[in-house]
Design a protein around this ligand. Sequence first.
Ligand code: BTN
Length: 329
Amino acid sequence: MTVKQQVLSILEMEKGRVISGSELAERMHVSRNAVWKAVKALEAEGYEISASSGKGYCYLENNDFLSAQRICAYLPQKLQNLQIKTKKLVTSTNVILKSEAENGRFETDILLAEEQSAGKGRRGRSFYSPPQSGLYMSFLLRPQIPAESAVYITTAAAVAVAEAIEHVTGKKTEIKWVNDIFCEQKKVCGILTEASLDFETGMVAYAVLGIGINIGLPKNGFPKELQNIASSVMDGYSYDSGLRNRLAAEVIKRFYEYYENLTKKQFLHAYRERSFLIGKEITYLLGETQKCATVLDIDEEAHLVVRFLDGTVEALSSGEVSNVRRKTV
Ligand code: BTN
């Protein structure tokens, strides 16, 4: 743990109590100057710490942020080495981790933000990411897998999120191939995996897995265009960081469980069980092309097996599904 993380952890645990700089320095075996610098860095990240000269530091009650410390407290020993960072406001957690990876910096494993000003969705769309009501997180991964297996990252993540939501909130979830999570027929989570390929080896060089979960309803409601399709896993408006930290930890724990043995596809059964497309008629979109089809199954490769109107059967590995309807015959 860095000095900053240790200071935060002590102040958080003793929320409301004024702790002197020398007590902190003694407990961490560092200088008072190092403590002061750590406090300044925390304040720069948005934490409110009252520092009264001569008395010490106090973590104010109204700090209500996602916290790497609190998330780690829910994680098992084997995941304690993960480098988890939290930020108050970012453009997009995916964009930041992608740019770090492009610059050869693989120092952050997971980045979480309270708010995104330019959250990215699939197919060039934006992802609405207001503060206090959502969980916006990205994982920087270096899986040793061939390009065609990259879809398993998204599939594993979809199951991890679905299970985590059910565990924390008790609500039933469903999955819409390939990466949307639904509660009560409305989308509550989207996943965007962006992978960079090594063309010589055909392997994934790195992948950024981005997960956006609507936890509570945004203070001003969803924008008009989302009102009929999006919802949140909880019914109320903004949510304190307690629930968000706990849900983040559950997602992380469950995702890494599947990710450790990604090619064993231990998530596939749970994915199929929650998939609400099987048996439905759909419109399949790939680029500019749209085709009607009936969904027959999700196969062993997590592909969507469909029968098109001309009778041909295909296992789809990418694209998007819209206009889901009950089969008419
Ligand atoms: C979709 O539903 O189209 C995918 C949405 C993915 C949103 C998440 S939020 C965290 C990460 N950062 C982003 O900019 N996007 C992903």
